[in-house]
Write a protein that binds this ligand. Structure first.
Ligand code: IPD
Ligand code: CA
Ligand code: CA
Length: 255
């Protein structure tokens, strides 16, 4: 299944690439949350192919009405993660596809066609970037850890969420190496998986933002949890904390 998924996602990557270098009509779903015809076009392309070829699976996808779709044997799709980057031609943008069998993680694929970086993992078989095995960093000193985060779209409308973002930045910025905000949750998780970042946290993410990245990070030796350090549950938790494992407790306690 993984090889065929990769072929299809690479085809979809051509649509993303074409859109990246074109003029885009941008529509706003909310104050800060935007969407283009390419998000919808890539999603339709992937959905049609997946439903036709993987008949035991349903598809849960960002731009679709998922209200009648039960999470079980599911392919969870973010057609463009990092849409704000895509619109502004910041090359940190990707297609993210996570496959779950009986609700359990199975395959994760994240593809950035602009930089031609394909991250992939199948449970129990390791994680790979363009065919080369990847692993988390072994840095265990929190002061030397490069941490990534993201800002929720609700920061423009919900003061509690905005305050929470600011408090957490204030808590950890003096204690770590530095903080990055590159704008794609799926890629941020892959950057922890490849050892670029030691850790990552964010609030208010949706299942499609992280469905693939958490599988890739798990297979690269990383650790993923809720804000209190307990097991992260897709569709349930407000916060995700994801690290190389070595700095996990420090990140959780400093947040
Ligand atoms: C967003 C990106 C961003 C994160 C947002 C997500 P989108 O996804 O992953 O990094 O900070 O919370 O919603 O809207 O570009 O698919
Ligand atoms: Ca997303
Ligand atoms: Ca998206």
């Amino acid at each position: 299944m993984k090889n065929r998924l990769i072929e299809i996602i690479k085809e979809a990557g051509e649509i993303l690439k074409e859109g990246y270098y074109s003029n885009k009509d941008v529509t706003f779903k909310a104050k800060k949350d935007l969407v283009t015809k390419y998000d919808v076009g890539i999603e339709n392309f992937l959905k049609n192919k997946f439903l036709e070829e993987f008949i035991d699976y349903n598809v849960i996808a960002e731009e679709s009405d998922n209200s009648n779709i039960e999470f079980n044997n599911s392919i969870i799709v973010d057609p463009i993660d990092g849409t704000t980057n895509f619109v502004n031609q910041v090359p940190h943008t990707c297609i993210s596809v996570g496959v779950y069998k009986d609700k359990k993680p199975y395959i994760g694929i994240v593809y950035n066609p602009i930089l031609d970086e394909l991250y992939e993992a199948e449970i129990g078989k390791g994680a790979f970037l363009n065919g080369e095995k990847i692993q988390v960093s072994n840095e265990n000193d929190f002061q030397k850890a490069l941490i990534s985060t993201g800002f929720p779209y609700t920061s423009g409308t919900c003061e509690d969420d905005l305050n929470d973002v600011m408090i957490k930045l204030k808590n950890i910025l003096p204690k770590c190496q530095d903080i990055r905000r590159l704008g794609s949750a799926a890629l941020d998780l892959c950057y922890v998986a490849r050892g670029t970042y030691e850790g990552y946290y964010e609030m208010n993410l949706k299942a499609w933002d992280v469905s693939a990245g958490i599988i890739i990070l798990h297979e690269a030796g990383g650790k993923i949890s809720n804000l209190d350090g307990s097991k992260y549950k897709l569709f349930e938790h407000k916060y995700i904390v994801a690290t190389n494992g070595y700095i996990h407790d420090s990140l959780v306690s400093n947040l």
